[in-house]
Ligand binder design. Structure first.
Ligand code: BDR
Ligand code: CA
Length: 315
């Protein structure tokens, strides 16, 4: 179920920046020979959708990639009020970034329309890399399942086979919009899932930030500023902090650094104690339903970390 294509791979990034989203977007924008970013779509998640849209444009400005279109998307989860993560990313979603207000204006086109038109333009070719709550994707699937069936696949960050990070069971992106996650996992679209099981294995710490800053650029300064805030800052945990979303982008360019297993993933939307939990079954436990996702469990963390630093320094 691995998703591959000839470079540069056409990819649409759906996100909620968010500090680790910011690292993911900067990493993607540093790879023009491998990734053709057809659009960035944003959704409510880490902070409100108006702010995530502004943040995506600020990052586009920082990377000097003004040609990439940014589209604002769903402003709240399908059936629930938004529970944000401003306590992790700051009130702006990118506290510490030191960036100016974005250039230009928000696009008039909705993210869901942009997603559907991007898929229809390149049937069978486009990969969506989704690193926020899955609201935009779910709405697109409900509106036009025939169009979304033409996706090459979805590479996402979300879920956890083991412990969650919002509750004992649930990871943030699936917890915020569990109905959307369920629609995506029941869609039949090929999925590669990077959950907490793998993202917690590739953290960045103070020595990593110091090494990043040996090349002094607006990008490295901004990233270091955000990481001094992110979830209490890199200095707040000797193990460092996981940069969840950046792994999904690294996978697009270097899938050989990752190890996964075909699994059946079901999203909990009923049991009030386990809302947003991803029930992951592998091997003989999959049963008749069959696999609906490749779940990533392993990463060459050293290669990932040095790749991430090098690419950010190159921008
Ligand atoms: C996910 O939650 C968000 O806060 C991060 O941006 C990431 O996408 C990790 O659980
Ligand atoms: Ca995110």
């Amino acid at each position: 179920m691995a998703i591959s294509a000839v470079d540069p791979k056409p990819v649409l990034i759906d996100c909620d920046p968010g500090i680790d989203d910011a690292l993911a977007l900067l990493l993607a924008m540093s790879e023009p020979t491998h990734l053709d970013i057809v659009a960035i779509t944003v959704v409510a998640g880490n902070v409100a959708a108006v702010q995530t849209e502004r943040n995506a444009r600020r990052l586009r400005d920082l990377a000097g990639r003004s040609e990439i279109a940014v589209f604002g998307g769903c402003r709240r989860p399908l059936l629930r009020p938004l529970q944000d993560a401003a306590h992790v990313h700051g009130e702006t979603g990118m506290d510490g970034c030191g960036l100016a207000a974005p250039q230009g204006r928000p696009s008039q086109r909705h993210a869901v329309a942009a997603i559907l038109s991007a898929v229809a333009k390149q049937p069978g070719q486009l990969t969506i890399c989704a690193v926020g709550p899955l609201t935009n994707l779910a709405v697109a699937i409900v509106q036009r399942p025939d169009v979304m069936a033409q996706l090459k696949g979805i590479v996402l960050m979300g879920g956890a086979a083991a412990a969650g990070n919002v509750t004992a069971h649930a990871e943030f992106n699936f917890y915020v919009d569990p109905e959307a996650a369920r629609i995506v996992f029941e869609s039949g679209i090929p999925i590669v899932m990077h959950g907490l099981d793998v993202t917690h294995k590739a953290r960045v710490d103070r020595p990593w930030v110091d090494q990043l800053l040996t090349v002094d650029t607006p990008v490295t300064r901004s990233v270091a500023g955000m990481l001094s805030v992110y979830n209490g800052g890199v200095d707040g945990d000797p193990r460092g902090r996981p940069v969840h979303d950046a792994l999904a982008i690294a996978y697009l360019v270097h899938p050989e650094w990752f190890g996964g297993t075909d699994c059946h993933v079901a999203i909990e939307t009923n049991n009030p104690d386990q809302i947003g939990r991803s029930h992951v079954r592998a091997g003989a436990d999959i049963g008749e339903e069959g696999a609906n996702a490749q779940v990533i469990f392993e990463i060459d963390a050293d290669r990932f970390r040095s790749y991430l630093a090098g690419q950010l320094q190159s921008l």
